[in-house]
Design a protein around this ligand. Structure first.
Ligand code: SF4
Ligand code: SF4
Length: 243
């Protein structure tokens, strides 16, 4: 997407080492928005997203996950290359978030999938979805978090599979969830969502019921029939205090 001022941007020091500012790509009416970390050396030279080794993995992951590429927009947290692929600095992320926020506001996706730790951290902090430590981050991958404007599902960055091909099938499974995600219609107001975000119950409840299997949820059944039920009723009919 063309963004005013971005081609000559000097908001952070990364302008000094870039060849190109890499813009996000895809349909502006996409429901799904994927956020990678930053362009690599090949992307910087080619002026295009995902053309290097991670790109090869990324497009293969999307194919195996059955992604509809016409319904997908991809962009980076940082639009300029990080020298020697070093980690991004917080000030750089905050400077460049101006552009990412413009893209999100224009596209208004239903699902946002941040790829990797830094993109996930930015989206969680900016959408008040909670704080997490680096050690906790892997437990978020492939799980859905319903935010005010969109549902967030963190995914592993394709570059992580370059050195860990043994995680390939697990990654495909999680990528597939993004393209098939259909949360229960009551997920945004259900107490189960708040319990999960506050870590009062394990993620498995929302994973097993709220994201595609809500027909088997006892809360859903009672809600559909207009029968009052207490907040501590879990999807399988047991009570929160019993766990
Ligand atoms: S990384 Fe973003 S904020 Fe920094 S110079 Fe590039 S476009 Fe500007
Ligand atoms: S617990 Fe049941 S009713 Fe609540 S969001 Fe999940 S599936 Fe829907």
């Amino acid at each position: 997407m063309k963004l005013p001022g971005i081609e000559d941007c000097r908001l952070c020091p990364l302008w000094k080492t870039r060849t190109h500012v890499i813009l996000g790509e895809g349909s502006l009416s996409s429901e799904i928005f994927l956020i990678a970390q930053a362009p690599g050396e090949e992307e910087d030279a080619a002026d295009k997203m995902f053309v290097g080794p991670s790109g090869k993995i990324f497009w293969e992951l999307l194919d195996q996950a059955g992604a509809d590429k016409a319904n997908l927009y991809i962009s980076n947290l940082l639009k300029c290359r990080l020298p020697q692929n070093r980690r991004p600095k917080q000030a750089e992320i905050l400077s460049c978030s101006l552009y990412l926020e413009r893209e999100l506001a224009e596209i208004r996706p239903r699902i946002v999938a941040p790829l990797g730790y830094f993109a996930t951290k930015y989206i969680f902090e900016s959408r008040q979805l909670g704080l997490f430590t680096k050690a906790e981050y892997p437990s978020l991958i492939g799980r859905a978090f319903v935010g005010k404007d969109f549902t967030v599902m963190p995914l592993s960055h394709p570059s992580s599979l370059i050195h860990h091909p043994e995680f390939w099938s697990g990654a495909v499974k999680k990528y597939r969830r993004v393209f098939q995600l259909e949360p229960c219609k009551w997920f945004s107001c259900c107490p189960m969502r708040a319990f999960t975000l506050n870590r009062a119950i394990p993620f498995r409840w929302t994973d097993e019921y709220c994201l595609g299997n809500w027909q088997n949820c006892q809360r859903y059944e009672l809600e559909s029939r207009g029968i009052p039920h207490s907040d501590n009723l879990l999807p399988d009919g047991s009570r929160l205090k019993d766990h």
